[in-house]
Design a protein. Structure first.
Lengths: 137, 137, 137
């Protein structure tokens, strides 16, 4: 069985957006009981991560860390056509994920207890982001 | 064809644990000759990597590097409920992999000569880790 | 439906090599209209990334950034049997991807407008690199 779904996320600013429920809904609609859901983001300045979903301080600290690791406006960057956060957004994307394969069991995403799936917007301004979900089972 | 297997790894401490053989066993049991094995770890403070498997110094240097990149107890972290290694474990996980898709050919994992699949425990204390393997072919 | 293809990339030096077209060709040959193409690189000192494909300065800045993040010949590395770039190549691989799942729609790779798939050679000398493509649909 094969099913393709798509979701659009309107991001407000840089940060993480929980998309677990929307992806689970596409899996549910697919009718697939046991298989694989591959989530793919069609952008190079926003990415996907699986992260702890209980305490928001985890994702705040993650942002603090990455902001220090890849500073906006670092003079080493020559690609800044869209601003100080342009090149850092591409690097942050490459250091995380564009595609993640998730197990599907009993018609649901078989995630661990504290796992959430997040879209990570790396640009500081709002964007519309498209995520595709391929369900095979 | 579809098959799901699971393995549990009892980690002793922070470090890399070779799970190539256990995953290959699940692939063998699946009966799939040619397809895809997607390995997924159900945690946010341990991750998966494909790494050189010949010289242990590679994984020692990797640990040295990441320990310096994401220092335990860095005062920038506010999330430290479970200790100095709590937030670094989440970051190390996000910078590596939660899910890896491996080709299956002739009933075996089609890895390169020097590739091993490792579970990387990022917490300093022992943990029980669950890894699921989805085989499709 | 299942199809396996393989491509070989003769790298000249450290840097990114666009393999989008070669992978799309294998997808086309597979006859799969809608499904998943999983690209896997059989090495631990070269990796895969999805990156912006319009402005080459993005990939130049990416190289600059990673070269600073993981310096060749850093005295913290003990594994240097193959030279100053040996251990950095393994680390750069672990921080990026060995395997990426790409959606296939209408017989084509369903990438975003500015997305390209690149093989990233992390060694400074030329290498022959093998990439396998598993198409399921």
């Amino acid at each position: 069985m094969f099913h393709r779904g798509e979701l659009t996320v309107a991001t407000q600013r840089r940060g993480t957006y929980d998309i677990t429920r929307e992806v689970a809904k596409i899996v549910d609609e697919s009718g697939v009981r046991d298989g694989l859901a591959t989530v793919f983001i069609q952008h190079t300045s926003a990415s996907l991560i699986v992260c702890e979903n209980a305490d928001p301080s985890v994702r705040r600290d993650l942002e603090t860390f990455v902001k220090k690791l890849v500073p906006d406006g670092d003079p080493m960057f020559t690609h800044d056509a869209e601003g100080d956060d342009d090149m850092p957004a591409h690097i942050r994307t490459v250091l995380t994920q564009t595609s993640i394969g998730l197990p599907v069991a009993g018609g649901k995403l078989a995630l661990g207890t504290w796992q959430g799936l997040y879209l990570w917007e790396h640009r500081t301004s709002p964007h519309r982001r498209t995520v595709s979900v391929t369900v095979i089972g």
